[in-house]
Design a binder for this molecule. Structure first.
Ligand SMILES: [Zn+2]
Length: 68
């Protein structure tokens, strides 16, 4: 169920205004970026917290997935 991973939420601090944004893994996967209401665009692929998301994914799917 790959869709399950899309429900994982990462918290990202806006570097411009400091707002904490909740970004789903789906958004990370599709866009690698999040838009803050202040107008800043945060590049999620450069955010260290994405590593935490990746760790959760590895935990949920330790062998990398057996297809079929
Ligand atoms: Zn902001």
């Amino acid at each position: 169920m790959p869709g399950e991973l899309d429900d994982i939420i990462a918290l990202v601090d806006c570097p411009k205004c400091g707002t904490e944004l909740r970004v789903t893994y789906k958004q990370i996967r599709l866009h690698q970026a999040a838009g803050c209401s202040c107008g800043a665009l945060i590049r999620l692929e450069d955010d260290t917290r994405i590593g935490e998301v990746q760790a959760l994914i590895d935990e949920a799917n330790p062998m990398g997935g057996e297809n079929d």
